[in-house]
Design a protein around this ligand. Structure first.
Ligand SMILES: *Cc1c(COP(=O)(O)O)cnc(C)c1O
Length: 230
């Protein structure tokens, strides 16, 4: 089977699962944006995905993400996911349309300066971590999310889109996603425009749909086993 046929088949199977999860939750498929996470896969796969109708792709490393964004001609929305060093924010601001991993004021300010310098507006999601046992994980404590959201909403060049989380390894995802949705409601009291709820990956996206997620970030279910750790 060609790579194109393989991706088409995987996308169709994923689409069916998303549709089924929406039906089970009484939700409209149109409320949900699928971000296909292409980190570690070649730019040629991104080209094929674009041909197959994918509009949103996700990457988690600079400069890999920037190189691919430069190589791919199709007009995709590029989502940056995962830990972002402050000193790389300026470069990421030149190609990312949405950044899902805003977890500190310094990063928000740096991205804002980069967006202004590039004359662009970048959608921002505040990344929340509900597993406070591991210092190394990206994301900030839930209690600190409203304040950072407020800063993002005020900074020039940034647009506050909403919240994002990654379910802790080994934990039940459903209660975590429910907490994120609850936190989102609190943030929307002050920022009604911040409607995005980014949750759910290949292993747990059905739980995310059930909880009310608006953005699913799915890689392996579409592209197959990852060529290397990403
Ligand atoms: C890699 C990654 C994903 C996608 O994971 P899969 O298991 O390939 O679906 C989603 N979100 C983030 C933050 C990631 O780094």
């Amino acid at each position: 089977m060609s790579r194109r046929d393989e991706l088409a088949e995987n996308l169709a199977a994923l689409e069916q699962r998303i549709t089924d999860a929406c039906r089970a939750a009484g939700r409209d498929r149109g409320e949900i944006t699928l971000v296909v996470v292409t980190k570690t896969y070649p730019a040629s796969d991104v080209d094929l995905l674009a041909e197959l109708g994918v509009a949103d792709v996700g990457e988690n490393r600079h400069p890999e993400a920037g190189d691919k964004a430069a190589q791919v001609q199709a007009p995709l929305r590029w989502h940056f996911l995962g830990a972002l060093q402050t000193n790389k924010a300026g470069a990421v601001a030149r190609y990312a349309d949405v950044v899902h991993s805003i977890d500190r004021a310094k990063l928000a300010r740096s991205l804002s300066r980069g967006a202004e310098a590039a004359g662009r507006e970048i959608g921002c999601l505040v990344q929340v971590d509900f597993d406070r046992s591991d210092e190394g994980r990206a994301g900030l404590a839930p209690a600190d999310a409203p304040e950072l959201a407020g800063l993002v909403a005020e900074l020039p060049g940034l647009r506050l889109d909403g919240l994002m989380t990654v379910a802790p390894l080994g934990a039940e995802p459903a209660p975590v996603f429910a907490e994120l949705v609850g936190l989102s409601a609190r943030v929307r009291e002050a920022h009604p425009e911040a409607t995005a709820i980014s949750a759910g990956m290949s292993e747990d996206f059905e739980h995310a749909v059930a909880a009310g997620a608006t953005h699913l970030r799915v890689g392996r279910a579409v592209l197959g086993p990852r060529p290397s750790l990403g």
